[in-house]
Structures are given as structure tokens and as C-alpha cells.
Write a protein that binds this ligand. Structure first.
Ligand SMILES: Cc1ncc(COP(=O)(O)O)c(C=O)c1O
Length: 387
């Protein structure tokens, strides 16, 4: 039988760098000393409180049952407490909160919630690949706005033509930003909320890096912004903040009809985040104040090591105040894929070429601060040999 796949799937571009794990495995098998700064997946352990809670939870057979969308009330209440204490934002833990199988869960499913075929979604380019993937598979049309240094890596209302604004139902904004490490001011967020209200566009604020900030910078929640509660849904993740990428949990907060609709779709696609993981995430959130500063200090030192090393190697780069990424201009201009390939094959350093994250990412590569300071210094030195 000839398989007949959906046209949307046939035309879906490959997920960025999906062949890279195999290439890296081969290099390691050949005995090469690979320094992998590719994926945003740190080498550090989760909070001990989370590990302990997970171990305890596994012993209770009740935690082996379906969690359903409701999940663990204590996790929901801890999320609501966090939103209140950290951002001064009050959310109902049941009506205005959805538990997610990682924030990617909502990124991918929101287009199904909102789009009819041909509806437009505005998204950053470069940007997290699932903004496009979810939109495309839901039959939507992506309008990708280039994030460039000259616009401070922001999507501004003036970058969006009036007909696109009229046709759009959803916009993704992500600050602190992957991959550019850009941040968004409250004033800017206020402009975008007004733009979304004026054009009846849902604003999905992807706040996966809300806690990954340094030098006194405290990223806001979109829900702190006047008027945002009418238009916004905000995504949070346990992945990056707590070194729990593989544990797969996060949450969405925002306007209750949006949360309700997302949960309705998810009812058909997952049957809840495992209770064991919810117990662990609850414990991690409770340990935030005592555990988080030490973890951030590790990333800050890594960032400083990378910046020092890259500047010494002749790179034109300044220290960003947020995320685990450095967005490094390719020496001499454009071809990010060629440059990343040379780094990999000549120096055994893996980075993400900007072009893999969208056309707008051309001219840059992304480094993730996912290894020790020593390895990062070594990587920067090696990068100095490919200029
Ligand atoms: C901008 C952004 N959003 C969402 C995610 C998804 O994270 P998770 O599903 O692990 O919560 C990532 C992961 O890399 C990301 O970089």
C-alpha cells in the first residue's frame, strides 16, 4: 500500500538539526573531543528537593494512575503562589491555569485551539521551531518577522502590515528570547498588548526563560502589563529554570476561556503530566528561593567565561542579561551553516547555525551555556581558530 500522508506533513520542514545527534555520536565514537554547545539542555542536576519528592512519589501506587488535566491541586496552588510572589499576578489555580507536558505542549496546541485554515500566526524569525510547526500542522499561515540587531531583536507593531494584522489570530512573543538572548521592556510589552487588543489577536507570551536572568535583571510576566489579561496566555516551563528538561512539565496561565479551550484540546492528546513529576515539580517550586540563586550563579560564571574567551578570540559580542544562550555574529558575515560546519569538523565544537532557526537567524550562531566553564573557555579558544 502506498502511504498517503497529510499535505501539511509532507510540506513540514525538518525539525532543526535533527540529524545532529547522529553526527555527534559518530564523532564521539571516533574518539574526537567534541564540545557540544548545541542544544539548550544543561548538564546540571535538578534541585535535590525535586529528586527526593520524585523518589517518594514513585512508591505510592496512587501516583501511577492517570493524572488527567486536573492533576495535583498542590502543584496548581504552588504555581499560583509563585505567580503571586514572583510577579504580583493573581491567577486562579484551576480556572486560569493549565498543566502542561512541557511548555512545548501549549506552543504546539494553541494553533489548533485558535485557527481555521489559512488564518495567520505572527512569530519571531529566528524562533522556537514549534511556533511554526504547530501553525503549519493546524493549517495556518506563518508570518515570520525577522529579529535583527537593528530592531533590538523585537517584533514591533510597525513591522506588521495592516492586512497581516487583520488576518492574524495569534502572535508568539518570547522574551527573554531564545536564541538572541534579547529582553523586552515593559513599555514594549505594553505596545504589543495594545496592538493585540486593537486587532483581536491572542498574545502567547512564551516565558520559558523567565528565571534565567543575571546582573539584577528580573524579567516580567506579560500579565503584569495593563490590558494583558484580556489578550494573553503565558507559558512557563520547569525545563530550563530547574534543569528538568527531560521531566516534561510546565504550565499556562491567562484568560480563562483560552485556558479552558487549551485544556479541552489537550484532553484528546494527553491524559495529564504524570503525578510523580507533578510532585517533583511542586517540591522544586517550593525550593526556588533557596536553590535558584546558586544555579543561576553557575550560568552567570559560564556566560562570563564565554564572553571573555570570545572577546579575546576577536569576536564582537557583549554579555546578555538573560537566557542560557549567546547569539554570536559569524566572523566576516553571513553563512552561518558553513561556519558551524567548519567549527564542528575542524575544531569539534558544536553550535547551532542561526539559519537552522529561521532565515532571520542568518549571520549568527547560537551557543548554549550547557557545559563547565573550563569546556566553554576551551570552546571559545577553538572558535578563535575559525575566523
Ligand atoms: C523559547 C522556548 N519555548 C519553549 C520551549 C519548550 O520547553 P519545554 O517544552 O521543555 O518546557 C523551549 C525549549 O527549548 C524554548 O526555547
Amino acid at each position: 500500500m502506498k502511504l498517503r500522508f497529510a499535505t501539511a506533513l509532507e510540506t513540514l520542514p525538518p525539525y532543526p538539526l535533527q540529524d545532529l545527534p547522529a553526527i555527534k555520536r559518530e564523532m564521539r565514537a571516533r574518539g574526537e573531543d567534541l564540545i557540544d554547545l548545541g542544544a539548550g539542555d544543561a548538564d546540571l542536576p535538578p534541585p535535590p528537593a525535586a529528586v527526593e519528592a520524585l523518589k517518594r512519589a514513585v512508591d505510592d501506587p496512587a501516583n501511577s494512575r492517570y493524572a488527567f488535566q486536573l492533576g495535583l491541586p498542590a502543584y496548581r496552588e504552588e504555581i499560583a503562589r509563585y505567580m503571586e510572589e514572583r510577579f504580583g499576578v493573581t491567577v486562579d489555580p484551576f480556572e486560569e491555569t493549565a498543566l502542561l507536558v512541557g511548555s512545548k505542549d501549549a506552543v504546539y496546541h494553541l494553533p489548533i485551539v485558535l485557527l481555521d485554515p489559512g488564518d495567520v500566526v505572527i512569530m519571531p524569525d529566528p524562533g522556537y521551531a514549534s511556533y511554526f510547526g504547530g501553525t503549519h500542522m493546524a493549517g495556518g499561515a506563518a508570518y515570520q518577522v525577522p529579529l535583527r540587531p537593528e530592531n533590538d531583536f523585537l517584533i514591533r507593531p510597525e513591522d506588521i502590515p495592516a492586512d497581516v494584522a487583520r488576518a492574524a489570530k495569534l502572535i508568539y512573543l518570547n522574551y527573554p528570547n531564545n536564541p538572541t538572548a534579547a529582553e523586552a521592556s515593559r513599555e514594549y510589552l505594553g505596545e504589543m498588548v495594545a496592538f493585540c487588543r486593537d486587532n483581536s489577536i491572542v498574545l502567547c507570551y512564551d516565558n520559558a526563560y523567565a528565571e534565567m536572568a543575571f546582573d539584577g535583571y528580573v524579567p516580567p510576566s506579560i500579565l503584569e502589563i495593563d490590558g494583558a489579561r484580556e489578550v494573553a496566555i503565558e507559558l512557563h516551563s520547569m525545563s530550563k529554570t530547574y534543569n528538568m528538561t527531560g521531566w516534561r512539565t510546565g504550565w499556562a496561565v491567562g484568560r480563562r476561556e483560552l485556558i479552558g479551550a487549551l485544556v479541552r484540546v489537550k484532553t484528546f492528546s494527553d491524559t495529564g503530566v504524570p503525578f510523580t513529576i507533578q510532585h517533583a515539580a511542586t517540591a522544586a517550586l517550593r525550593s526556588r528561593e533557596e536553590w535558584l540563586p546558586g544555579n543561576l550563579e553557575i550560568f552567570r560564571r559560564r556566560r562570563d567565561a564565554a564572553i571573555e574567551g570570545l572577546q579575546a578570540a576577536g569576536y564582537d559580542i557583549e554579555a546578555p542579561r538573560s537566557t542560557m544562550y549567546l547569539w554570536v555574529p559569524v566572523p566576516g558575515g553571513a553563512d552561518s551553516a558553513g561556519y558551524a560546519r567548519r567549527l564542528l569538523t575542524e575544531q569539534a565544537v558544536a553550535v547551532v547555525p542561526g539559519i537552522a532557526l529561521g532565515q532571520g537567524g542568518e549571520g549568527f550562531v547560537r551557543l548554549a551555556l550547557t557545559l563547565s566553564e573550563e569546556r566553554i573557555r576551551e570552546a571559545a579558544e577553538r572558535m578563535g581558530r575559525v575566523t
